[in-house]
Design a protein around this ligand. Structure first.
Ligand code: UD1
Ligand code: MG
Length: 482
């Protein structure tokens, strides 16, 4: 289908008073993206002439999101209603004959649904085609009033419903296809006859219908697609649906997700076949996970790249890091940004990494901080090893070669290098480079004092011997006994 006679118009200027927020409504997030971004993305594949976004509240922030997606913006100020927003967009519509108009707060709509709407509009030779939906609870939405099975006579807003109309459960999604040469004269007849004194785009429907123009309503196959976000509860509902769709897509592609409703996955995340995702995991940002991995409960991965057969044990936090094939981390590991864990590396509990490379098969299993460190192949980092990478002014690197053994409780004061095959004695504070195959030992010498503790105990016992105390008679109370 060629749509070079069509422009998309997204109405995104409103404040969203019902959200009670300092952030404009369309900048709120659901399903891992701002509302407006979802809608621009849904319009893109329609291949219309352009996507025009009407901005108003926090216009600059909205423009910063939509312009990189190749949408253009037009400013509506003040915001006098959806009909007024459409009039503001008029000058940006060029020679388009048709417009697909969408609100900025109904982000679940899919491209396929929009395509079907345009097809129905063209086939019906209509002036307006409304995407409607049948909802069990239509409250809050404008209702579609039909004059016949196929033709619509009006959209009536919730605040203006008569008692009989209140029972209508076909609602207006606020997504329409309009033939513009019919819309403009109809909009010119619309008056701000409502308590907000706004020009409602919905009122143009009754004008068109009264003129004898064809107004159709196409019922969405999946009514969830048209849900609007006017309140925080709506945002939560919409987010839940996005997350469910994403999990279902991954499960269809061969990923196991346990207790799926507890797992949160952002839209750009990819996961390979036979990977197992345990309950309460979060996979965020541009995380990419290979095949046959296990991501155990409570772990949160943001912009992480995992190879195949990686295990993330329970309760790990990973950001902007690369974990090659067969790596195992956790439980309770924290990877701050810019780490590269090479194949087969192991990071254990309560280990924090930042900007570090861990060589193939290298291990840091317990209670360590490794920052700005480069650790070679098959080296072993003992429990409690700390890189002292910061002197209060600058950060410095630590370089550890291949097959190095770092004893427990070592402090590596950077900048410092430990050569291949070297040993560091436990409890050392290493301030100088250690040569390859050497031993670095930097700790106070031990002194044993035989009998010292026993003598001390005798002295203490003598000092604490109880003194003799005289038995005192209980004091008489002044009150006479009765
Ligand atoms: C609107 C429809 C209602 C429909 C519902 C579906 C109208 C009058 N009502 O109601 O029939 O059932 O959507 O979700 O259209 N906007 C502007 N400029 C303005 C006012 C609004 O750009 O001056 C934008 C808002 O940012 C929003 C969209 O238009 O993205 C819809 O506005 P909203 O206030 O959410 O309308 P609803 O009350 O939801
Ligand atoms: Mg709305």
């Amino acid at each position: 289908m060629s749509n070079n006679d069509l422009t998309n118009v997204i109405l995104a200027a409103g404040k969203g008073t019902r959200l009670k927020s300092s952030l404009a409504k369309v900048l709120h997030r659901a399903g891992g993206r701002t509302l407006v971004e979802h809608i621009v993305r849904a319009c893109g594949p329609l291949k219309g002439r352009e996507t025009v976004v009407v901005v108003g509240h926090q216009a600059e922030q909205v423009a910063a999101i939509v312009e990189p997606l190749e949408a253009v913006t037009v400013l509506q100020h003040p915001q006098n209603g959806t009909g007024h927003a459409m009039l503001v967009a008029k000058r940006s519509l060029g020679r388009a004959k048709l417009a697909v108009v969408l609100p900025g707060d109904a982000p679940l709509v899919r491209t396929e649904t929009l395509k079907a709407l345009v097809t129905a509009h063209r086939n019906g030779n209509a002036a307006a085609t409304i995407l409607s939906a049948v909802l069990a609870d239509p409250s809050g939405y404008g209702r579609v009033v039909r004059k016949s099975e196929t033709a619509v006579s009006a959209i009536v807003e919730e605040s203006q419903l008569t008692d009989e109309q209140r029972d209508i459960n076909e609602i207006n999604s606020a997504i329409y296809c309009f033939t513009l040469e019919k819309l403009w004269p109809a909009l010119a007849h619309v008056k701000p006859n409502n308590k907000h004194r706004e020009l409602y785009l919905t009122d143009a429907i009754a004008v068109l219908s009264a003129k004898g123009e064809t107004v159709l309503a196409q019922v969405a196959a999946d009514s969830r697609e048209v849900l609007g976000c006017n309140t925080r509860a709506d945002l939560a509902d919409v987010d839940r649906i996005f997350r469910e769709w994403k999990r279902n897509a991954l499960m269809d592609a061969g990923v196991t997700i346990q207790l799926p409703e507890t797992v949160l996955i952002d839209p750009d995340v990819t996961v390979g076949e036979d990977t197992i995702i345990e309950p309460t995991v979060q996979l965020l940002g541009k995380t990419k996970i290979g095949a046959r991995c296990t991501i155990r409960t409570g772990s949160v991965l943001t912009d992480a790249i995992l190879g195949d057969e990686v295990t993330v044990e329970a309760h790990c936090v990973v950001a902007e890091s690369r974990l090659d094939d067969g790596v195992i981390i956790g439980p309770f590991a924290r990877l701050r940004p810019n780490n590269h864990l090479k194949a087969g590396a192991r990071i254990g509990n309560f280990v924090e990494l930042k900007k570090s490379t861990i060589g193939e098969g290298a291990k840091a299993m317990h209670l360590s901080y490794l920052g700005d460190a480069k650790i070679g192949t098959k080296s072993n980092i003992g429990a409690g090893t700390i890189t002292c990478n910061y002197d209060g002014f600058n950060k410095y690197p630590t370089s550890i070669g291949n097959k190095v053994f770092i004893g427990s409780d070592t402090a590596l004061v950077a900048p410092v290098r430990v050569g291949d095959g070297a040993y560091i004695a436990a409890g050392s504070t290493i301030t100088e480079n250690v040569p390859a195959d050497g031993l670095g030992i930097a700790r106070g010498r031990q002194v044993n004092k035989p009998g010292w503790a026993a003598k001390k105990r005798r002295e203490l016992a003598a000092a604490e011997k109880p003194k003799r105390t005289s038995k005192r008679k209980p004091r008489r109370t002044s009150k006479k006994r009765k």
